[in-house]
Design a protein around this ligand. Structure first.
Ligand code: GAR
Length: 185
């Protein structure tokens, strides 16, 4: 049976992309979309032999212009699901309407707490005793949309932002592939 074809969107180091690729998925990651030319995730895509589409938003007149191009590329590659993995951009109506209920995101906090950039640093500075990881469907907000799965992580008194990040990312790398497979059934 033909596997569902999915795209991963990432802007950074790509540790979540790597975790997705190293798992036995019920779908095929057939495209990596990256909005940061030179991002480390691109080396990982090459290593795994995943085709990439890299774009620079500054080269387009508007969000709807680059999203039209994105949707075109996604449709060309027969993509039916999108997994955001450190993609630091808010989706607009062009992308959301083309992939309604088919775009999920992973975020390093227990949403709705600490949305946006540097969620781990935000939680650390706030001095919370528990934070976590959320996987959710996206909408047009910053890390908003219906929650699919959450896992809590205790913040230890001797944690630094770095040790906390390590533990949070370990959970991300385990949780995201499991949730993805659950949705592909
Ligand atoms: C991950 O921790 C992910 O949860 C976060 O960016 C990191 C990307 O790391 N995403 C967000 O903050 C989304 N708002 P990676 O490039 O090593 O996977």
């Amino acid at each position: 049976m033909k596997k569902i074809r999915a795209a991963v969107f990432a802007s950074g180091a790509g540790s979540n992309f790597q975790a997705i690729m190293e798992n036995d998925l019920l779908c095929e990651v057939a495209l990596l979309v990256c909005d940061k030319p030179g991002a480390r995730v691109l080396e990982k895509a090459e290593k795994f032999g995943v085709p990439t589409f890299v774009f620079d938003s500054k080269e387009y007149a508007s969000k709807s212009d680059y999203e039209k191009e994105l949707v075109h590329r996604l449709q060309q590659a027969d993509i039916s699901w999108i997994f955001l993995a450190g993609y630091m951009r808010i989706a607009g109506p062009t992308l959301l309407n083309a992939y309604e209920n088919k775009i999920i995101n992973i975020h390093p906090s227990l949403l709705p707490e600490f949305p946006g950039k540097d969620a781990i640093g935000q939680a650390f500075k706030a001095g919370v005793s528990t934070t976590g990881v959320t996987v959710h469907y996206i909408d047009d907000g910053i890390d908003t949309g219906p929650v699919i799965a959450q896992e809590s992580i205790e913040v230890f008194s001797d944690d630094t932002a770095e040790t906390l990040k390590e533990r949070i990312q370990q959970v991300e790398h385990r949780l995201y592939p499991v949730v993805i497979n659950r949705l592909m059934k």
